[in-house]
Design a protein around this ligand. Structure first.
Ligand SMILES: C[S@@+](CC[C@H](N)C(=O)[O-])C[C@H]1O[C@@H](n2cnc3c(N)ncnc32)[C@H](O)[C@@H]1O
Length: 237
């Protein structure tokens, strides 16, 4: 029941209940949520990004899971394109908000200081189960500064014996160091043609990290072309 209330809170708008047609009142959800320009353009950008890597071998890694929105999107995309037997989604997060180090390094995060306080791994896993994606999506809890190494050294966690190949590294930490460490540690695991992408519309830590990383490695960084598209990404040669 708690989960349904959360869902209802997330999808509902402030529209006057009385003015809604019966069909909308019955569902209790805002039917137009996904027809909103921002929502729709975001989904379009994610689908388009996935399409660029769909035919490549490799997993999807997301740094910064939040409440699991992209886990559900990428998990479903792997499933509906029948790639989920071989390729999985791995999501990294503290599941407790940014770390103190992140707030110090990225002062702009302080304006939404408590945004992710109520998040938890239990909540995200429950959400994933309700979408039937638990065999596709795996979560790694903790500060990305510490968890990436242990993940790459753990055959059980990464679900492969010695190798780990990744076709998409999607970075949404909003903070600099976890984004930079992610690129540094995972770059060698990205398959040729694979993509490293950031999700930061208002420039900050992730943007600095990708530009710095490209300068250090002499890589080309590019941007999506549609409204509300992926702000910056690298295609590995
Ligand atoms: C913008 S949210 C992610 C939103 C999510 N990708 C989505 O699509 O809804 C940023 C997330 O990054 C996580 N994060 C930031 N710094 C982190 C770190 N050092 N280690 C682990 N997670 C971190 C935060 O806990 C937060 O959940």
């Amino acid at each position: 029941m708690k989960f349904y209330n959360l869902l209802k809170k997330y999808f509902s708008n402030n529209e006057d209940e009385e003015k809604k047609p019966e069909v909308a009142k019955k569902s209790g959800l805002d039917q137009d949520k996904y027809l909103d320009k921002l929502e729709l353009s975001y989904l379009f950008s994610i689908f388009n990004l996935y399409e660029k890597v769909r035919e490549l071998p490799g997993h999807i890694v997301e740094l910064g899971v939040g409440a699991g929105r992209n886990s559900i999107l990428f998990g479903n995309l792997l499933k509906i394109t029948s790639q989920h037997n071989n390729y999985k989604y791995f999501g990294f997060d503290t599941f407790k908000n940014y770390t103190d180090k992140d707030f110090i390094e990225n002062p702009s995060l302080i304006k939404n200081k408590n945004k992710w306080d109520d998040n938890s791994l239990e909540y995200v896993e429950k959400r994933i189960r309700s979408h039937g994606l638990e065999s596709i999506c795996t979560f790694i809890e903790g500060d990305i500064r510490n968890t990436l190494d242990s993940f790459l050294n753990s055959p059980n966690l990464k679900k492969s014996a010695d190798a780990f190949h990744c076709k998409l590294l999607y970075i949404d930490t909003s903070s600099y160091t976890p984004a930079k460490i992610g690129m540094e540690k995972l770059y060698d695991h990205i398959v040729p043609g694979g993509i490293i992408s950031i999700d930061q519309r208002s420039q900050g830590g992730e943007t600095n990290a990708i530009i710095e990383f490209c300068n250090e490695k002499s890589l080309e960084v590019t941007t999506g072309t549609f409204f509300n598209d992926i702000p910056a990404y690298i295609v590995k040669k």
